[in-house]
Design a protein around this ligand. Structure first.
Ligand SMILES: [Zn+2]
Length: 161
């Protein structure tokens, strides 16, 4: 989606012509319950051809694919289904007994919840995202850095409050 009606809010290339009220009204059209069902909110900058040509070469798709398959295997072994299909109760059970959430990770999430006014649904969405991040790095416990990475993918929750 565009960040605002004119499309340039937060852009490095052009100034946004919208008033703060217009930006807010535009974002409120995406309701909280709908946003809560979208896993990743990532702000993207438009890039010019120079930047495109000089972009660093990241991991190959093949390598990323292998990493994702390994993470899915871990999930199936642990809970017989993928993280995406876990109920909130099942998720809580896993973080209490299997891939245990560290005290620091839960503290960080609690702090973010109260400061950023996340909904209850967003709470489990963030935990599930953090669990997948932990699985991708083959972590044995859920740590604060997994939570902070998950929080960084929920930018619109914050803005829309
Ligand atoms: Zn604008």
């Amino acid at each position: 989606m565009n960040p605002c009606p004119c499309g340039y809010f937060g852009s490095r290339q052009r100034a946004c012509r919208c008033s703060p009220e217009q930006v807010q009204r535009y974002r409120l059209r995406l309701s909280g319950p709908l946003l809560d069902r979208i896993d990743l909110h990532i702000p993207m900058q438009t890039i010019n051809s120079d930047e495109l040509q000089n972009a660093p070469i990241g991991d190959s798709s093949q390598l990323i694919r292998e990493r994702v398959i390994a993470a899915q295997k871990r999930q199936l072994l642990r809970q017989q289904k993928l993280n995406a299909n876990l109920s909130n109760t099942e998720l809580d059970e896993i973080l209490a007994n299997k891939l245990v959430a560290s005290a620091a990770s839960l503290e960080l999430l609690a702090k973010a919840m109260s400061q950023l006014k996340f909904s209850a649904r967003a709470y489990h969405r963030i935990l599930k995202l953090a669990l997948s991040i932990a699985d991708l790095s083959d972590a044995q416990t859920l740590e604060a850095n997994h939570i902070s990475e998950a929080l960084s993918y929920r930018g619109l929750d914050r803005d829309s409050q």
